[in-house]
Ligand binder design. Structure first.
Ligand code: SAH
Ligand code: SF4
Ligand code: F3S
Length: 515
């Protein structure tokens, strides 16, 4: 039986199928349950209108689906995925499921996956291997794969061929369809696959169960149209589409009213915010200007692309207030030639010019970055340019990666003459510089009084509290548990490479403590 008829036959058993009535309807129904991903389709980005939906609701027939059942979601990858997990958890809760933090007593296990590099994918395949025994012991358990890997044809084919413990695969555009997908999986007991390849939709009223009550993530836009030649994200996340400003502002006002202290705005390239509005001249700088007026202590954003970082945005960020003095500005390489073949659309000189503008307007700004080493045919000289740019900018932290070819991207077709040994050695050298400069940046805080948002007990020592400064530096210090969730003043007494140690100076009501 081929895949199509296998899935088709599984539907014949479905007594609730609304489309069982006629041949024509039936084929429509079949489409909905088996839509495999296509990288080619994902690249065909038309000018179709972004459709905004505000009508998400759990269908009557699915209510109570989760009664006496528990869900477990393991999240890989970036904040975007973390936040999608919060949405899926919200949907599970509305269906009546309870959360659990162990796979052993879960009735549904989801792996929310990341496709950015090969090792991210290998972790997921390894985990699927581990989960096989659970399925053998309890055939009723459902295992699902979602997130960015599901958007890749090769991954879906590999799962179909090798991992028959998987019950459902759904894509990043199909999250709101979770109730229908679960329903199919319960009924058919066959692998249910629903992955839409390109999508221009924004769905507004999805439920969410947020992790924590101090910091929150808020999507401001979805997708990416940059197509950097090494990157899979434009294929896995669809085209750039912005949420309407009023929806974002309302969500953040609501978070502020609930007592959240910090909001991180999410988008693959937040500086492109608003470029897709046809009826509105409203960009990221305008949004930040409006968000400054909301009573939430800190507003951050992830990630900004140097290309769309305009003067208005710099001007607004310079006003400070709740807009933090930390900018993550991925550079990827210090060589203009490499940047060109990466299709980043800026040169080393442009990047440095932008950094200068930022530093002039916001002298206190901390800059952090992402760097890829060992891009195909990167020469020693080109790598040295990355090292020198790193020093010249004075980055405080970098996330550094060895280039990983991603199937379907232009860079994956490039012949590469750089041996892996050389790439590893370059990464080591770069990481040494990153460590040294992080330590240097930390040292600057020694003896200073910094404002810390207290997040909880330190992971390593429950007697110590931990929190972050506006520049995202981890601070450990002793203090009463009552100040968790508050902004407090801490005097730094010791600066390590990755964290600071200090003493509590003042709690918010102005009372002096300790010294
Ligand atoms: N939208 C963000 C990046 C998101 S991906 C931006 O453009 O800045 C996070 C980081 O992963 C990237 O900045 C890049 O450094 C790294 N990355 C992406 N694709 C990669 C690949 N194929 N191999 C190695 N690193 C990669
Ligand atoms: Fe990937 Fe480039 Fe888009 Fe960032 S901007 S997500 S690196 S394609
Ligand atoms: Fe990974 Fe997808 Fe994020 S590929 S980095 S989870 S957008």
């Amino acid at each position: 039986m081929n895949e199509e008829s296998r899935l088709l036959s599984s539907q014949v058993k479905d007594p609730n199928s609304p489309d069982k009535k006629s041949e024509k309807d039936y084929s429509k129904y079949f489409q909905a349950i088996y839509t495999p991903p296509s990288l080619k389709e994902a690249k065909k980005r038309g000018k179709e209108e972004v459709a905004y939906h505000n009508d998400f609701a759990i269908a009557e027939e699915f209510r109570g689906m989760g009664q006496n059942r528990k869900f477990y979601i393991r999240t890989y990858g970036c904040q975007m995925n973390e936040h999608d997990t919060e949405v899926m958890a919200g949907i599970f809760m509305q269906l009546g499921y309870e959360p659990t933090d162990t796979v052993d007593d879960a009735n549904v296990i989801l792996l929310n996956t990341c496709a950015i590099r090969e090792n991210a994918e290998n972790k997921v395949f390894g985990e699927l291997g581990h989960l096989k025994h659970l399925k053998q012991n309890n055939p009723d358990v459902l295992i699902g794969v979602c997130g960015c890997m599901s958007q890749e044809e090769s991954v879906v084919n590999k799962i179909l061929k090798t991992y028959n413990q998987v019950d459902m695969i759904f894509g990043t555009h199909n999250i709101h369809r979770l109730p229908n997908i679960l329903n199919e999986a319960y009924l058919s007991k066959e692998m249910v696959i629903e992955v839409w390849s390109k999508e221009g939709d924004v769905i507004e009223n999805l439920p969410r169960v947020r992790k924590g009550s101090i910091k929150a993530w808020v999507n401001i836009m979805y997708g990416c149209d940059k197509f950097c030649t090494y990157c899979i994200v434009p294929y896995t996340r669809g085209k750039e589409r912005s949420r309407r400003p009023e929806d974002i502002i309302q969500e953040i006002r609501h978070l502020a009213a609930q007592g959240y202290k910090e909001v991180t705005l999410l988008g693959q390239n937040v500086n492109a915010y608003g470029k897709d509005f046809e009826d509105l001249d409203y960009r990221f700088g305008d949004l930040m200007e409006d968000l400054r007026k909301i009573d939430v202590a800190r507003i951050r954003f992830m990630t900004s692309h140097p290309r769309d970082f305009d003067d208005h945005l710099i001007e607004v960020l310079a006003k400070g207030g709740n807009l933090v003095d930390h900018i993550h500005l991925p550079v990827q390489s210090g060589s203009s030639e490499i940047l060109k073949i990466m299709a980043r659309k800026y040169s080393r000189e442009h990047y440095l010019e932008l950094v200068n503008k930022i530093k002039t307007a916001i002298p206190n700004a901390s800059l952090t970055t992402d760097i890829i080493v060992g891009f195909p045919n990167e020469t020693d000289e080109q790598f040295e340019e990355t090292m020198s740019l790193y020093k010249e900018v004075g980055f405080e932290i970098a996330y550094t990666y060895i280039y990983s070819p991603r199937e379907g991207t232009p860079a994956a077709k490039m012949v590469d003459n750089v041996p892996m040994e050389v790439k590893k050695e370059r990464l080591q050298r770069l990481n040494k510089l990153v460590n040294d400069m992080s330590a240097e940046a930390m040292k600057k805080h020694d003896g200073q009084i910094v404002e810390v948002l207290v997040e909880g007990e330190s992971k390593n020592n429950p007697d110590v509290l931990a929190g972050y400064t506006s520049k995202s530096k981890l601070v450990n210090f002793k203090g009463p548990k009552e100040i968790i969730g508050q902004l407090v003043q801490v005097k730094i007494t010791d600066a390590k490479t990755w964290s600071l140690t200090g003493e509590l100076v003042e709690v918010p009501n102005g009372q002096k403590v300790g010294i």
